[in-house]
Structures are given as C-alpha cells and as structure tokens.
Design a protein around this ligand. Sequence first.
Ligand SMILES: [Zn+2]
Length: 112
Amino acid sequence: MTCIFWHIVAHELPAEILCEDNDLVIFKDINPAAPIHFLIVPKKHIDSINGLDEKNAGIVSKMVLAAKRMAEQHGVQSGYRLMINTGREAGQVVYHLHMHFMGGWGRKPVIR
Ligand SMILES: [Zn+2]
C-alpha cells in the first residue's frame, strides 16, 4: 500500500492536483508527452487492469467520465487520447491503475 500514487492520493507527496472526488484524483503528469497530459487515478489501490474484476471494474467508467469532463473543461473535445498501460512490456511504470489523458495538440505548446 505504499506505491507513489498512494502517497499522492493521501496528499503525502506533492502533485499538481486538478480535480479530486471520493473516488478519483486527477493530477498533471510530471513528464508530459502532450501539451495537456493528466493522470486519472482511482483512490483505491488496484495494480493495473489485470487487478480488475466484476466488483471493482466500475471505477473504469468513472475514470472515463472524468476524462470527458476534463476534455470539456479544457476545451479539447475535438481530440484527446486516453491510455492505460498494462504491464511492463506496455510501459506501465507505476503499479497503481491510472489512465493517461493527453490532448491539446491543436494549441500552442505549453511552456513549463
Ligand atoms: Zn497504489
């Protein structure tokens, strides 16, 4: 229970949190691969998609609906990508389920 995202969810590590509710935390990816790049993270620890079952899979629809809201809020409904890497071969780095929200390619690059 001490993965890095657990610490972010518990506000024990700093992150640029954009949105939080009872189930999810959304914060900026520290290594953005798109002009807009957030991580949508369930508060409950699940290692990956491989850790989902009938009882906990409802969180995924909450993640997707949160992504839709973020797209509206940031004005990128015209194009955004949602990605869940599962397993080391696919580039999963943190073993706490998370969805990458990427978009904003139609905008000028954000200077960070
Ligand atoms: Zn975790």
